[in-house]
Design a protein around this ligand. Structure first.
Ligand code: ZN
Length: 131
């Protein structure tokens, strides 16, 4: 874990090193989102269906293939799939015949008041690779 005044870095390891689900928001000091990184071993599934009271979720599949369940519908997902689920969506996942790796970002639905174009600020400082 490395921290500066305006940043924090945590190496959780991926693929061979990752087991189960790791929530990183508290360690990193996130204040507007919760983020988890998960591995579902081949042939296994999330043990329950869940929804949320306020938070929407974005699932980013970063490895493997599997099935996603939302509100009684099932569809295949794979590396590169992005799945947004509204708070009330009843969701679950299942890995295929290979391990399934995904990142889940949750934030309160409707809470984003500005995005990149409105919030980003171009600055003059430069890292060594821009000089
Ligand atoms: Zn959730």
């Amino acid at each position: 874990m490395t921290k500066g005044i305006n940043y924090s870095v945590k190496d959780i390891g991926l693929f061979d090193k990752l087991e189960g689900k790791v929530f990183v928001g508290k360690d990193l000091g996130l204040t507007g989102t919760e983020v988890s990184v998960s591995k579902l071993a081949a042939g296994t599934a999330s043990p329950f269906v869940h929804a949320h009271k306020k938070n929407e979720e974005l699932y980013l599949v970063i490895g493997g293939k599997g099935m996603f369940y939302v509100d009684g519908e099932e569809f295949p997902v794979q590396e590169g799939s992005l799945i947004r689920v509204a708070p009330a969506g009843e969701r679950a996942l299942k890995a295929g015949d290979k391990d399934l790796y995904y990142i889940c970002i949750q934030a309160e639905a409707g809470s984003l008041k500005q995005a990149t174009r409105e919030d980003g600020i171009m600055l003059e400082s430069k890292p060594s690779w821009m000089k």
